[in-house]
Design a protein around this ligand. Structure first.
Ligand code: FE2
Ligand code: FE2
Length: 226
């Protein structure tokens, strides 16, 4: 009898440990309840996941095109952005998996244009994410209060926002002065690192902690040139 009770207690402890590992602890625990409690969160994270995976495919193709056109630094920057976008997508996928949501993980294919047009396309995409999409997601996520979802969206938003000044310059001058914009980019010293947790990009590893997610600098991975 005492053996039976011990086993039952052990199972109860294991069960509690499993529940504590979910960041939705204290919420109803069936998958159906999770889906009902976090309907908006699930919709937004699914949309954000698709958006980031599309951006990943877009930047992979832009990087290849820039390399073909002999703009190695632009190619390197696009490769770095592609990695950052994938990190954002993965962070959303992890939360959706905990919420029992299946994702369409098929690969997107994106056809690049000339590097001049690609620069203008990426500026439009990035500025829309910074000014409209992520602020909208963060506002809509507030009501359900899923902490990990809000944190992941905030990290993605802030890591996109890091590039605002460069994006504004590229957006302003590329149409009429593309060759000068490209030459300026190619003259720069670049050595990219990406935070594997939040997708933050940096030309140098931060001295101690990631400026976006606050995790130790060891989370940064070096990006090799394409
Ligand atoms: Fe992103
Ligand atoms: Fe980070």
């Amino acid at each position: 009898m005492s053996h039976y009770m011990g086993r039952r207690q052990a199972l109860a402890i294991i069960g509690m440990a499993g529940l504590a590992a979910l960041d939705v602890f204290a919420k109803p625990l069936s998958y159906e309840s999770l889906e009902n409690d976090f309907k908006t969160t699930i919709r937004i994270l699914t949309e954000a996941y698709n958006l980031e995976m599309e951006a990943n495919a877009m930047y992979v193709s832009f990087s290849e095109r820039a390399k073909e056109e002999n703009y190695p630094n632009i190619a390197y920057s696009y490769k770095t952005f592609a990695i950052s976008e994938k990190i954002h997508a993965n962070s959303f996928a992890v939360i959706l998996e905990k919420l029992n949501c299946a994702l369409d993980t098929g690969t997107s294919i994106f056809k690049a244009n000339t590097t001049k047009k690609n620069l203008l396309t990426s500026v439009r995409h990035e500025m829309k994410k910074i000014n409209e999409i992520y602020p909208g997601y963060l506002e809509a996520l507030k009501a359900e209060g899923h902490k990990d979802a809000i944190m992941s969206c905030r990290y993605a938003y802030l890591s996109h926002k890091q590039h605002t000044a460069d994006l504004e310059l590229v957006g302003k001058y590329t149409e009429n002065f593309f060759l000068i914009v490209a030459a300026t980019a190619e003259a720069r010293w670049l050595n990219y690192h990406v935070c594997s947790l939040c997708g933050s990009t940096s030309k140098r590893i931060p001295p101690a902690f990631c400026q976006i997610c606050g995790k130790p600098k060891e989370t940064y991975i070096h990006v090799s040139r394409p």
